[in-house]
Design a protein around this ligand. Structure first.
Ligand code: GLU
Length: 286
């Protein structure tokens, strides 16, 4: 039950209809007289950026601050677009909600380990790529029964709803594995610790961050079996913004900030990006 219908419990149907109509009319009037769009919290002079809040090394909320490679790339892009750090509003963009957040105008851009795919490009536009990851597996340290995707027969996996990782499992390993879906990868790591699943699967760089924060109790298998091109999600059709974002990414790669950000955010995580694909050439929207 949502908030507005809860208001109406107890009344009869026509009274409810009357109050609902009045509320709708008031909202419409408020909209006309307000500078901002109704239902959105768009503030002038700010940019709203969707990131992950629970992926160490990429997008991570840490006592009110935001850290990680996605955060650093986002700050660089924002700066090139004319926004200082205090003009950024960070919003959590879980895997399943990313397209809708862009479509609804809840955020201006998304940098959230967001793979460019033809399905997503039907409903949003991507700039980038700014990084290329690969889907991999993470197991409990010491478990040698899974050395790569060839060892998944009969195993229980965890991944995240709305991710390419879950889709790949369903397409390639559906007949041999049991897939448990969670809203985020941190929940999957918890399921792995407690023995509910045998492995977590998603991009190697995400798993590296989780394994590193688990201090030796989890380990990444290290046999990536896809390429994930991380894009910057923007509203469908905004090619002017895509072009600006791409020139910012190119500059970030050219001036050495990209490499520095990647090194700093993966420090101690036993992660090596695949140099065959990195750094990528951002060309979408040009
Ligand atoms: N890169 C993959 C995706 O966009 C998996 C990581 C994630 O869920 O953010 O779906």
């Amino acid at each position: 039950m949502n908030g507005s219908s809860r208001l109406f419990t107890g009344g009869n149907a026509s009274t409810k209809r009357f109050w609902r109509a009045l509320l709708a009319a008031l909202c419409a009037v408020a909209c006309v007289f307000s500078l901002s769009a109704c239902g959105s919290d768009k503030e002038d002079g700010k940019i709203r950026i969707g990131i992950k809040f629970d992926q160490p090394g990429l997008g991570f909320k840490k006592s009110g601050t935001y850290v990680g490679f996605d955060v650093d790339v986002a700050k660089y892009i924002a700066k090139q677009l004319g926004y200082s750090e205090d003009q950024i509003i960070w919003k959590e963009a879980p895997s399943k909600q990313r397209e809708a957040m862009l479509q609804n105008g809840d955020v201006d851009i998304i940098l959230a380990t967001y793979s460019i795919t033809p399905e997503r490009q039907k409903v949003i536009t991507f700039a980038g790529p700014y990084f290329v990851a690969g889907q991999d597996l993470m197991v409990r340290a010491g478990d040698t029964s899974i050395q790569g995707p060839q060892d998944l027969n009969g195993k229980r996996l965890c991944s995240v709803t709305g991710s390419t990782s879950a889709v790949t499992v369903k397409q390639r390993f559906a007949s041999e594995v049991q897939l448990m879906e969670q809203p985020g990868y941190a929940e999957c790591a918890t399921a792995l610790f407690s023995g509910i699943v045998d492995a977590v699967t998603t991009d190697d760089i995400i798993l590296a961050g989780l394994a590193s924060s688990a201090r030796g109790r989890l380990s990444v298998v290290g046999k990536p079996f896809t390429q994930e091109y991380y894009g910057v999600g923007i509203k469908k059709g905004d090619t002017a913004l895509a072009r600006k974002v791409n020139s910012a990414i190119k500059e970030m790669i050219a001036d050495g900030s990209w490499k520095r950000a990647l090194q700093e955010n993966t420090k101690g995580a036993h992660f090596k990006p695949d140099m065959k694909y990195n750094p990528p050439k951002p060309e979408e929207g040009e």
